[in-house]
Ligand binder design. Structure first.
Ligand code: C2E
Ligand code: CA
Ligand code: CA
Ligand code: CA
Length: 278
């Protein structure tokens, strides 16, 4: 028995222990982050490819821990999803982003659409539609200035997904499919889902010039979307060449470091201010 115990114990390497401990630490930290006010929302502009105008922003969550510094969403969102904390956090983001968008409108800036990421767990809530509706009421933001970014996994996991999307659409909210092309799902959902926009994943945008197959994929996604009466936005646009390609292929919108990194509400207000006087 002793031998066996020893063998069992050896199965856990120090590296695995470290990973587990780190995850537990992050989870404990995440539980306190909301009440300690450690989250912040940053905003990344979305550009109309034809006019060069900002027509929307995507809200992206940031976590600044007093000791650990800034933790990437790629690291903490999966833990928030696993533990269910994403429900509270996601609601906080949705509320904050809507409130911010209304504040910019009240300041007199040309209205923008605010895109907010919705995780599967969040979308699965049976009262999701009521929650969104309540937040719009509380913040007094008109529904056409809110867009929800959903991933393809939502479509597979959720009961009544189409019905929920239909209700959101009827309220006037925009829906987009994020990371389009990475979800390994059948394309048939495009016929039944009441969505407005496909968001081309940055893994395709990145290689437009390096890989002719990625270029073909991007071109094909744009053409298909337009045939289905959907808009297309490309994410991860970093260079002039990528933008030119997207312009040529009549992609509607673009987002990426070429235009702007995600920035604070104050920094964005400066841009909106300049834009409204020029
Ligand atoms: P995403 O929704 O696909 O967001 C795009 C990510 O690409 C963001 O990373 C953004 O900062 C980054 N990005 C934007 N332009 C460029 C570019 O030109 N080049 C490159 N290399 N990257 C670019 P971020 O902010 O680290 O977020 C990572 C992921 O975390 C997001 O991917 C999203 O899945 C998740 N996330 C972030 N905020 C939230 C949130 O409030 N709720 C939920 N559920 N998920 C969120
Ligand atoms: Ca997104
Ligand atoms: Ca994305
Ligand atoms: Ca992504």
């Amino acid at each position: 028995v002793k031998e066996q115990g020893k063998n069992n114990f050896q199965f856990y390497t120090p590296e695995m222990n470290e990973a587990v401990t780190k995850k537990m630490k992050l989870e404990i930290g995440l539980r306190k982050a909301l009440e300690r006010d450690e989250f912040k929302i940053v905003y990344q502009p979305q550009i109309d490819v034809e006019t060069g105008d900002i027509i929307g922003v995507e809200a992206l969550l940031r976590w600044h821990h007093p000791e650990w510094g800034t933790i990437s969403p790629a690291e903490f969102i999966p833990i928030a999803e696993e533990t269910g904390l994403i429900l509270q956090i996601g609601e906080w983001v949705l509320h904050g982003a809507c409130r911010q968008n209304k504040a910019w409108q009240d300041a007199g800036y040309t209205p923008l659409r605010m895109a907010v990421n919705i995780s599967s767990r969040q979308f699965q809530q049976s009262d999701l539609v009521e929650r969104v509706s309540r937040i719009l009421n509380e913040t007094e933001l008109a529904p056409q200035y809110l867009e929800l970014e959903l991933t393809e996994s939502i479509i597979q996991d959720s009961k009544y997904a189409v019905a929920k999307m239909q209700l959101l659409k009827e309220m006037g909210i925009h829906l987009s499919i994020d990371d389009f092309g990475t979800g390994y799902s059948s394309l048939s959902y495009l016929k039944t889902f009441p969505i407005h926009t496909l968001k081309i994943d940055q893994s395709f945008t990145r290689n437009i010039y390096a890989d002719s197959k990625d270029a073909s994929l991007v071109e094909t996604i744009i053409a298909m979307a337009h045939n289905l009466d959907l808009k297309v936005i490309a994410e991860g646009v970093e260079t002039e060449e990528q933008l030119q390609f997207l312009q040529q292929k009549q992609c509607n919108e673009a987002q990426g470091y070429y235009f702007s990194r995600p920035i604070s509400a104050e920094e964005l207000a400066v841009i909106l201010q300049e834009r409204s006087v020029s």
